[in-house]
Design a binder for this molecule. Structure first.
Ligand SMILES: *[C@@H]1O[C@H](CO)[C@@H](O)[C@H](O)[C@H]1NC(C)=O
Ligand SMILES: *[C@@H]1O[C@H](CO)[C@@H](O)[C@H](O)[C@H]1NC(C)=O
Ligand SMILES: *[C@@H]1O[C@H](CO)[C@@H](O)[C@H](O)[C@H]1NC(C)=O
Ligand SMILES: *[C@@H]1O[C@H](CO)[C@@H](O)[C@H](O)[C@H]1NC(C)=O
Ligand SMILES: *[C@@H]1O[C@H](CO)[C@@H](O)[C@H](O)[C@H]1NC(C)=O
Ligand SMILES: *[C@@H]1O[C@H](CO)[C@@H](O)[C@H](O)[C@H]1NC(C)=O
Ligand SMILES: *[C@@H]1O[C@H](CO)[C@@H](O)[C@H](O)[C@H]1NC(C)=O
Ligand SMILES: *[C@@H]1O[C@H](CO)[C@@H](O)[C@H](O)[C@H]1NC(C)=O
Ligand SMILES: *[C@@H]1O[C@H](CO)[C@@H](O)[C@H](O)[C@H]1NC(C)=O
Ligand SMILES: *[C@@H]1O[C@H](CO)[C@@H](O)[C@H](O)[C@H]1NC(C)=O
Length: 420
């Protein structure tokens, strides 16, 4: 309808729709004074049949919601609608400091990588929200990246897509005061959610799933962002459940169930000799089931910067291959030269970590010779082998720190100190 009407007419029709919606939902006076207005993508022309490209309707609904002068504009994807979307940027700044994107239906991407309308060499995101202050993204719906064909390594040879960067499902880019909640994320081509260059972001009650064999499908990736809170999420993917990259500080992560996946990782930091920093990270009440790693810190040789002031506490681990690992020799290809500079790791506490390890070496701390890990503290740790019979062991090199006596396996490189 908006397509055939001239712009002014479209606006009048839209006002009518919005009022009708408010009347219908309250059953009484249009509640103008609570400041809410719905921008329903179906009213903007989305079909919602999972086959028609609804990208244009989303762009229009966003433009109006973002420009709206009401205090609480709500862009809405209704229940039982499946909207097929091409790569989409929802860009601010917006008028309201209290914008909501409420997704009760499903967003789905094309399952055929060659049908994605993006620069094939730079298909970095599916949905990106950029430069918005004061945003909630919530609802009972799902965001389905439909990425299984992107996961196939042979793509590179056949379609010339999927060789470089694969798209991230949802990117929160340069935003402040963001709340993500309730939604289900599924089968992203690459990472599911990336929080980049943003501050004061809360992600809660999310469910994020993709198969354990899907490559690089991290659940939540945090980078160049501060004051990020992740709580009460269920994450099972083919890569890190949560990965914490360069420039992250003041993170609070709790109540996470992780598996399958690679665990919770800080890094990798310091690739190509870069200076990278991560500080003040609390990870607590995390339950790992069948993950390759539990809590991991990984850095490249030759890097600079630091990872410090990190706490892992109340962690339970079931059958992980590397429950506790620091790897300062991270290398994702065969030959990485030994180098002298390194990202400095210090003040890392592990407290109340218990469960089972698939591998014998349940604790591995491999630190740089020139920049040994400092102030590594361990308290109340029990890691047994999944298969009873043998005892777990620990390995450490170039580690300084302390532990209490309630540690199994024994970690001989740490000084015993009952006052921790
Ligand atoms: C969605 O579908 C379910 C099951 O068919 C139905 O009960 C519900 O009322 C529908 N919701 C809407 C908003 O149409
Ligand atoms: C946004 O709206 C919610 C719900 O009405 C309200 O609780 C909150 O205070 C508002 N925030 C701002 C910044 O206006
Ligand atoms: C995912 O993509 C495939 C291939 O294009 C398609 O057949 C399927 O319907 C898509 N899945 C969903 C949930 O739309
Ligand atoms: C998460 O879900 C719980 C239980 O349903 C609810 O009490 C809590 O308010 C939710 N948190 C957020 C931030 O939505
Ligand atoms: C170690 O890190 C913790 C957690 O961030 C912090 O509270 C504490 O002040 C740090 N200790 C030192 C000596 O910096
Ligand atoms: C393992 O850790 C959990 C959570 O901190 C705790 O409740 C439980 O008692 C611990 N179990 C053992 C055997 O230490
Ligand atoms: C433990 O993990 C290993 C390797 O992933 C797997 O082969 C084994 O079946 C798992 N054992 C249990 C008891 O889950
Ligand atoms: C690099 O350093 C590691 C750890 O110190 C050592 O085991 C390895 O032999 C070194 N490799 C080379 C090529 O020097
Ligand atoms: C580890 O093994 C010890 C000794 O067999 C046992 O007492 C303890 O409960 C086990 N802990 C866990 C977390 O399985
Ligand atoms: C742990 O290792 C230290 C250093 O090798 C040793 O002194 C201590 O007796 C060991 N503790 C246990 C319980 O084996």
């Amino acid at each position: 309808m908006a397509m055939i009407a001239p712009p002014a007419m479209a606006r009048i029709l839209l006002c009518f729709f919005v009022l009708a919606r408010v009347c219908a939902s309250t059953g009484s006076q249009p509640s103008v004074d609570d400041g809410q207005s719905f921008f329903d993508v179906i009213e903007y022309g989305a079909v919602g049949d999972g086959r028609t490209d609804d990208t244009k309707a989303f762009k229009k609904a966003w433009t109006d919601a973002c420009k709206s002068s009401v205090s609480m504009p709500i862009m809405h994807v209704p229940q039982n609608k499946t909207c097929l979307l091409q790569p989409l940027v929802l860009r601010g700044p917006c008028n309201s400091q209290n914008l909501t994107i409420q997704i009760d239906g499903t967003l789905v991407a094309s399952g055929d990588p060659s049908a994605w309308k993006c620069d094939k060499k730079d298909c970095r995101h599916w949905i990106m929200i950029s430069d918005v202050d004061g945003l909630s993204v919530l609802g009972s719906g799902a965001i389905n990246g439909n990425g299984s064909e992107w996961w196939d390594h042979s793509l590179c040879h056949h379609h010339h897509v999927g060789c470089g960067k694969k798209p991230t499902g949802l990117v929160i880019d340069k935003c402040n005061e963001v709340r993500l909640s309730e939604l289900t994320f599924k089968d992203s081509p690459q990472m599911h959610i990336a929080i980049e260059g943003s501050t004061r972001v809360t992600a809660a009650n999310l469910t994020i799933t993709s198969p354990g064999h899907s490559p690089n499908t991290d659940g939540i990736h945090i980078q160049r962002s501060q004051h990020v809170l992740v709580r009460d999420c269920y994450i099972g993917t083919g890569d890190d459940c949560i990965s914490i990259g360069q420039g992250s500080a003041h993170l609070d992560i709790s109540g996470i169930s992780c598996g399958p996946g690679h665990g919770v990782s800080i890094g990798s930091l310091g690739k190509h000799g870069s200076r990278e920093t991560v500080e003040d990270v609390h990870v607590r009440d995390v339950h790992f089931v069948g993950t390759s790693n539990g809590v991991r810190i990984k850095t490249w040789q030759g890097g600079k910067g630091y990872a410090r002031d990190i706490v892992f506490e109340r962690i339970t681990i079931s059958n992980s291959s590397h429950p506790i690992i620091i790897d300062q020799f991270y290398c994702d290809h065969e030959h990485c030269k030994n180098q002298t500079s390194a990202v400095q790791i210090s003040n890392v506490t592990y407290s109340q970590v218990n469960g089972t390890s698939h591998a014998k070496a349940a604790v591995e701390l491999a630190c740089s010779e020139t920049h040994p890990c400092r102030d590594i503290l361990m308290k109340d740790i029990t890691l047994n082998l999944t298969v009873k019979g043998k005892e777990t062991t620990s390995h450490c090199s170039n580690v300084r720190g302390r532990r209490n006596s309630n540690i199994f396996p024994n970690i001989s490189c740490l000084e015993e100190d009952e006052d921790l």
